[in-house]
Design a protein around this ligand. Structure first.
Ligand code: G4P
Length: 286
């Protein structure tokens, strides 16, 4: 992606986003960074490390229902080795969510104990951050079940920030911190486009679908063959465009004059991938 395209993508909002996030971070004890389990690396913004400094953090791999189970476990181990707390959840079904509160208590154990020793009941505050579409709102909704914390004047707490009580003495800032995706790296933006986190067109649909076919053919060939009944074709010897045309033909996607509607097939393939109809697939490796 060219610099001009990057500029079009982010017309000067980055500095403002950093400022807002920085202000919100002052209010919380811990940061929960949500990533899409299909792209545990590409859906992170490396600048967050600098922003949060020494503040404790949990990485939450969401949408595990759509990601490759084995690779999700690999990613969990990868982060564990880096001593980063990690949780894997599915906000659609709620799977894994109940482990969040115990994890917060474990992470902030020292803070809780030292407050207890002084006879203070410390309220722990959490902020959820992540790039668009990773499931921040779904996560907050799951945890809060709509319960708003009692609004009161608190020193250092900016008016307008609403908190949800998610457990006795644990509150969640109800507005998630939105990070910008890393669109300066072509391979990252491509993966984010595959999963639909970047909705704008980073390339035309047909090209994007061909790139996805390449990834699938290289990494999840049997999923591709199975879904589109390509058993009689040697997909290793076909170009991505040829594969897309075969898929279009097999699905009866024709336009007037008997021509193949490759564009329609491209849209369908991307949709089906996003809905995990091709199976549970992960796009990032270490
Ligand atoms: P955001 O705040 O980070 O932008 O994300 P949000 O919660 O709005 O979720 C983005 C989309 O991802 C939503 O789908 C949401 O339902 C879906 N989603 C969130 N968590 C999960 C999960 O664990 N598994 C799956 N499969 N999907 C998840 P949508 O199509 O935009 O809306 P809708 O389907 O809820 O109507």
């Amino acid at each position: 992606m060219s610099d001009t395209q990057v500029m079009q993508w982010f017309p000067g909002h980055m500095a403002k986003t950093i400022r807002i996030l920085y202000e919100k971070l002052k209010l919380v004890d811990v940061v929960a960074e949500i990533v899409d389990a299909r792209t545990p690396k590409s859906s992170r913004n490396p600048l967050l490390n600098e922003l949060i400094g020494n503040k404790p953090r949990i990485i939450i791999l969401n949408k595990i229902d759509l990601a490759d189970n084995n690779r999700t476990l690999d990613w969990i181990n990868f982060y564990k080795k880096q001593k980063i707390f990690t949780l894997y959840v599915d906000c659609k079904s709620g799977k894994g969510i109940k482990l969040f509160v115990p994890m917060i208590k474990k992470i902030l154990n020292k803070k809780i104990e030292s407050a207890n020793a002084k006879g203070i009941k410390k309220t722990l505050r959490v902020m959820v951050v992540g790039i668009p579409n990773v499931g921040k709102s779904s996560f907050i909704n799951r945890l809060s079940r709509g319960k708003k914390a009692k609004v009161e004047d608190r020193p250092g707490v900016t008016r307008g920030n609403q908190w949800f009580t998610i457990d006795k003495n644990i509150e969640l800032l109800d507005t998630p911190g939105i990070l910008w995706p890393r669109i300066d790296d072509a391979s990252v933006s491509e993966k984010l486009a595959f999963i639909g986190a970047i909705k704008d067109q980073i390339m035309d649909t047909e090209n994007l679908a061909c790139r996805l076919i390449k990834y699938l053919n290289d990494n999840y060939q049997s999923n591709l063959i199975h879904r589109y009944k390509l058993e009689n074709y040697d997909t290793d010897k076909k170009t991505e465009k040829e594969i897309l045309s075969i898929i279009a033909k097999k699905r009866g996607m024709l336009i007037s004059g008997g021509k193949i509607d490759v564009e329609r097939a491209a849209i369908m393939l991307l949709d089906e991938f996003r809905e995990a109809k091709l199976g549970k697939i992960t796009l990032d490796s270490f």
